[in-house]
Design a protein around this ligand. Structure first.
Ligand code: HEC
Length: 212
């Protein structure tokens, strides 16, 4: 085709311009499709479903809760279950063996981080009590972890207390991974001025993952 005979594409240009103006108006919010009319329900079954909506009441179950408890004894995949109860002190001394977490600066820093997150609300950042919940008078009987009685507890016992709880102190087994519980034990020890007494690292133990 001879290029000089090519015609200016009038229709395409007008259509393109109109399209561009339309898009600009839409983006500028000049053209909207908002309506105050109730929406049309083409398929009411989809709009109003017979299902439990989380965090809202529900008349289907007798306790009127839509969020259901897991079946008793259910264990989530990969979940670490601490096998002992609060009172199993003798077993705790035998079973709670440091899997080889070394006492390094990193582990101590990690222990401090976890302690500040999970323990300081009650035991304070320095472990001496006087935390927010005690000074506001909401909780009495939170021991000073720097006292001699606590210093005298074995590392296995500290690990046990974190894992199983002790009287009013709740269990942290579902919130703190085992390797982090040992890191907290090291940090607690360092705050108490006791060199890492957690059992010596097991030669060749893989301390980087510990399955977590
Ligand atoms: C909700 C408040 C609370 C939190 C959070 C808490 N504790 Fe406790 N803790 C207590 C109370 C209360 C006691 C005393 C329990 C008792 O009466 O035997 C206690 C006792 C202890 C003891 C025993 C001290 C002793 O001499 O008998 C240790 C060790 C301890 N906590 C460590 C920790 C660590 C580590 C954390 C963080 C993982 C933590 N606690 C988080 C409330 C708490």
């Amino acid at each position: 085709m001879n290029p000089s005979k090519r015609k200016f594409p009038v229709f395409t240009a007008i259509a393109g311009l109109a399209g561009a103006v339309f898009i600009v108006l839409v983006l500028a919010g000049k053209i909207t499709w908002f309506s105050t009319e109730p929406p049309l329900e083409f398929n009411p079954n989809m709009d109003h479903q017979f299902k439990a909506i989380p965090q809202s009441g529900n008349t289907f179950f007798s306790d009127r809760k839509s969020v259901r408890e897991p079946v008793e004894g259910t264990v989530a995949r990969g979940q670490d279950v601490y096998p002992l109860q609060q009172g199993d002190l003798d077993q705790a001394e035998v079973l709670n063996v440091n899997p080889g977490v070394p006492r390094t600066d990193f582990v101590l820093a990690r222990g401090q981080n976890r302690f500040n997150v999970f323990c300081s609300p009650c035991h304070n950042y320095n472990g001496q009590g006087e935390s927010k919940v005690t000074t506001r008078g909401q909780w009495a009987g939170i021991p000073n972890l720097m006292r001699d009685e606590t210093k005298a507890l074995s590392d296995a016992r500290l690990y046990h207390i974190i894992s199983a709880g002790q009287n009013l102190m709740p269990s942290y087994a579902d919130k703190i991974k085992p390797i982090d519980r040992w890191a907290i034990v090291y940090y607690l020890r360092s705050m108490q001025g006791i060199e890492g007494t957690a059992s010596a690292p097991v030669a060749g133990a893989d301390t980087t993952t510990n399955g977590n």
